[in-house]
Design a protein around this ligand. Structure first.
Ligand code: ZN
Length: 151
């Protein structure tokens, strides 16, 4: 496993629509291992594949409160409520902004072994899920932020 370079704003890969993963295999799991390594090395709570230059629908999340998982081809299938919170992004270093997100989301995905999983996330975990899934469609939180400022 390895720590990869995190791509920052201005690089085209952050604005691409990522491709679904058609087969979950050892290569997928190696990529996910690198994504975890990179996320932990940069002290993040989530990382999407395009942030390391890979145009695939994969994210890893660890909210540091016991919720750690890789999501392959994730889709939000239900959402409710709203919350506003401060977000940052490894790809937008030195900035932060407040974003309105659902209070709760249901996410369906495959895990790193290709098994279907359903995740019910709320509060901070819901924010992370929304933020990371947006990356797979080329959306950065600054696009949605009600304010965006240098830290
Ligand atoms: Zn981000």
């Amino acid at each position: 496993m390895a720590i990869r370079n995190v791509r920052t704003e201005g690089e085209d890969v952050l604005r691409m629509i990522c491709k679904p993963v058609s087969e979950v295999n050892d290569g997928t799991r190696r990529l996910i291992g690198d994504m975890y390594d990179t996320m932990y090395a940069t002290d993040g709570v989530g990382l999407a594949a395009p942030q390391i230059g890979v145009v695939k629908r994969i994210v890893v999340i660890d909210d540091r409160e016991g919720h750690k998982f890789a999501l392959i081809n994730p889709k939000i299938t239900a959402k409710s409520g709203t919350q506003r919170s401060c977000e940052g992004c490894l790809s937008l270093p030195g900035y932060r902004g407040e974003v309105d997100r659902p209070q709760e989301v249901t996410v369906e995905a495959l895990d790193e072994y290709g098994e279907p999983i359903t995740l019910h996330a709320k509060d901070f975990l819901a924010v992370i899920c929304c933020h990371e899934l947006d990356h797979l469609d080329g959306i950065l939180y600054k696009d949605l932020a009600v304010n965006y400022e240098r830290v």
